[in-house]
Ligand binder design. Structure first.
Ligand SMILES: NC(=O)c1ccc[n+]([C@@H]2O[C@H](COP(=O)([O-])OP(=O)(O)OC[C@H]3O[C@@H](n4cnc5c(N)ncnc54)[C@H](O)[C@@H]3O)[C@@H](O)[C@H]2O)c1
Length: 351
């Protein structure tokens, strides 16, 4: 991949919550990036954002990617548009940063990977958990053997749901529509922890048994939504290590974004019961604490680092920390978890 020594000019497609809370402010704060253009089919929203960021509004994604002055595209639209938008960007010779989950199906992720290969450009995914300082530190500690041989993991990602996050608030949100999101909480929050555990353990998930339910999310007419608002998964890694994860959109208390790794020398709690980001509870009873940085919540957004990594990877001509393969392998687990919940049995993941 060629090293590029200049300002990266970016076009952002979709000017909703994730664009406004992370992509746009983080590009604006990056001295090596410039927001060249924005396309959102809500023209009022697009024009307001263009004015705020000194960017050019475009009439379509096709018009934006045909602008030779644009180097890269951030795909910040709902899930059902990810594959086509990313492929359009890559085929036009632009680097692409696609939000998670990567697509609606593995058929789509395979086409995205093929477009990445043909273009020779970077495809990065917005799986931001592995860029959080505490998770980078946890990875380092695990590699250094701080808690010994890994035995088991438990991940939670639970908040009050996307209808109070998304730019168009309320129960008519696309997050609750199968044709637009395809996955419920499993694709929304599951994507984050599945990618994280792959990163922390340097391993892939081998098989899954999942149960999913819709407990409380309703459309305006009072009927339960067609997607699942809770998912409980059991996994084995290829190493044989088992783990469990619970994802929920019905946690109306404090957001829970915790990860616990059990080792034969002690337990690592990341964003768990303690004020410190990481606490190692050692087998001899001692506690070792690390405070390297807090985690974002829906109500307290912190810099994700995703944009800085994308821009740096482009300028340095290297692979980003989260690749298209990471997005694809994560989606492979999500798809099988959905199938397992439907069929009520353990299933091997096919990558
Ligand atoms: N990385 C993270 O932590 C994280 C967090 C939240 C959302 N996301 C992901 O980001 C994506 C966007 O989510 P969001 O919360 O910003 O949604 P949102 O509903 O707040 O915003 C979506 C925006 O896209 C626009 N849009 C929809 N279809 C379009 C199209 N075809 N062309 C142009 N514009 C279009 C809408 O008008 C809206 O402004 C989703 O895939 C979501 O899963 C990632």
């Amino acid at each position: 991949m060629k090293k590029e020594k200049r300002i990266v000019r970016v076009g952002v497609v979709g000017g909703g919550a994730i664009a406004q809370r992370r992509h746009l402010p983080e590009y604006a704060a990056n001295p090596n990036a410039e927001i060249a253009g924005i396309f959102d089919f809500n023209t009022d929203r697009m024009e307001e954002l263009c004015e705020q960021y000194g960017a050019k509004p475009y009439a379509s994604l096709e018009e934006m990617v045909s602008d030779p002055s644009i180097d890269a595209i951030s795909v910040c639209t709902p899930n059902y548009t990810h594959a086509e938008a990313t492929i359009t960007a890559l085929r036009a010779g632009k680097h692409a940063l696609c939000e998670k989950p990567m697509a609606l199906s593995l058929e789509e992720t395979r086409r995205m990977l093929a477009a990445e290969k043909e273009s020779g450009k970077i495809l990065m995914l917005g799986h931001n958990q592995r860029l959080i300082k505490a998770h980078l530190k946890a990875h380092e500690l695990i590699q250094d053997g701080a808690i010994g041989k890994l035995l088991f993991y438990q991940c939670n990602f639970k908040h009050a749901g996307p209808e109070s996050w998304s730019i168009d608030r309320g129960s008519s949100t696309w997050f609750f529509r199968k044709d637009k999101a395809n996955f419920g909480v499993m694709g929304d929050l599951g994507a984050h922890k599945i990618d994280l555990i792959r990163f922390l353990t340097d391993d892939e998930i081998k098989d899954v048994f999942a149960t999913m339910m819709t407990l409380d999310k309703r459309y305006e007419d009072g009927s339960l939504i067609e997607l699942e608002d809770n998912a409980v998964c059991q996994f084995h890694m290829h190493s044989g290590m088992p783990g469990i994860m619970h994802f929920s959109w019905t946690n109306y208390g404090d957001e829970d974004n915790s990860t616990i790794i059990y080792g034969d020398k002690g337990v690592m709690k990341i964003f768990g019961d303690y004020a410190d980001d990481i606490v190692l509870e050692m087998r001899d009873g001692s506690h070792i604490k690390y405070s390297v940085g807090a985690i974002s919540t829906n109500t307290n957004q912190l810099k994700s680092g995703v944009i800085d990594e994308f821009v740096a990877a482009i300028l340095e001509g290297r692979k980003p920390i989260v690749t298209g393969i990471d997005g694809h392998n994560t989606l492979a687990v999500i798809e099988k978890a959905m199938q397992s919940a439907r069929e009520g049995k353990w299933l091997d993941i096919e990558y």
